[in-house]
Write a protein that binds this ligand. Structure first.
Ligand code: CAA
Length: 274
């Protein structure tokens, strides 16, 4: 099928790559050609890794299935995935531009209400959350989130499509942070508070969680990987919508965001990167 992915950042690029890997024709769109050039480089580098490991046979064929264009409204697709920045006003603006009422429109939001966003989609019955995890080509989970109006046929199709992409979909209800970020953000926040209280340093906290709990990354390393700004935004949504003190964004995190220490993408967060 033809799939339009809107948003060429880490998640949008990875999602486009997954659909192309499984034979779909993909249009990947973002606001500028320079962003799309970066997306293309990241996708091709990732495809090279996958082909070196024998996971995919013909990386060029996969690459050719992706068309990069800043104007996604020039194409009509059966399936849309919105993966733009985690700001309701930007997501709603993008969703509003999709006109095909028969298409399924999925959002990769990690914390914004699906039901709220559905009001901007062409057809709320065909609007759904399809939450991928970073890096999308490696991570096996898709958290499928039904909104108030999402119909049964859309849920079934998205569960089936997720399985056909080699993923395990798990359905959850439209609650702040769904399951993944409700649980993960509590962990990351507690790690930051532990750092603020001086119980251990960043490397100590992460080593404890990696070797003691067998997590592939420690919580602070993971916050840098997700982006400290994204973690801060999600904690704000959880704190404002659920009202629990346990999601109050730590001041250290707020200051790091203000200072531009966003993690891997800016070269510094809880750690420094080359
Ligand atoms: N494309 C292709 N291959 C990739 C890749 C990519 N984008 N990223 C990693 N890989 C491959 C590497 O080539 C490597 O392959 P080999 O083992 O064959 O060498 C393998 O994956 C492991 O990578 P690395 O050796 O670089 O490092 P690693 O062992 O630490 O694995 C990781 C990297 C898979 C990211 C692992 O650290 C991990 O699972 N971390 C946790 C990730 C996680 O929790 N993600 C979810 C974040 S939350 C989120 O996304 C949602 C949200 O709403 C915030």
């Amino acid at each position: 099928m033809r799939v339009t992915v809107i948003g060429g950042g880490t998640m949008g690029s990875g999602i486009a790559e997954v659909f192309a890997q499984f034979g779909h024709d993909v249009i990947l769109s973002d606001i500028s050609d320079s962003i799309l050039r970066k997306s293309e480089l990241a996708i091709n580098a990732s495809l090279k890794k996958l082909s070196e490991k024998g996971i995919i046979k013909e990386p060029e064929r996969v690459s050719e299935r992706i068309l990069y264009d800043t104007n996604f409204t020039a194409y009509d697709s059966e399936f849309y995935v919105e993966a733009v920045i985690e700001k309701p006003e930007i997501k709603s603006e993008v969703l509003h531009k999709i006109k095909n009422q028969n298409a399924i429109v999925a959002t990769n939001t990690s914390s914004i209400s699906i039901t709220m966003l559905s009001k901007y989609a062409p057809n709320p019955k065909k609007f759904i959350g399809m939450h991928f995890f970073n890096p999308p080509v490696i991570m096996k989970l898709i958290e499928v989130v039904s909104g108030y109006d999402t119909d049964g046929d859309t849920i079934k199709r998205v569960m089936d499509i997720s399985k056909s992409l080699g993923k395990t979909p798990v359905m959850v209800k439209d609650f702040p942070g769904f399951i993944s970020n409700r649980v993960l953000m509590a962990l990351i926040r507690e790690a930051i508070i532990s750092l603020e209280e001086g119980i251990s340093d960043a490397a100590g906290i992460d080593t404890i969680m990696k070797l003691g709990m067998n997590h592939p990354m420690g919580p602070l390393e993971l916050s840098d990987f997700i982006g400290n700004d994204v973690v801060y935004d999600i904690l704000n949504v959880l704190y404002n919508d659920l009202g629990y003190e346990r999601f109050k964004p730590p001041v250290t995190l707020r200051n790091m965001v203000y200072a531009g220490k966003l993690g891997r993408k800016t070269g510094e967060g809880f750690y420094k990167y080359d």
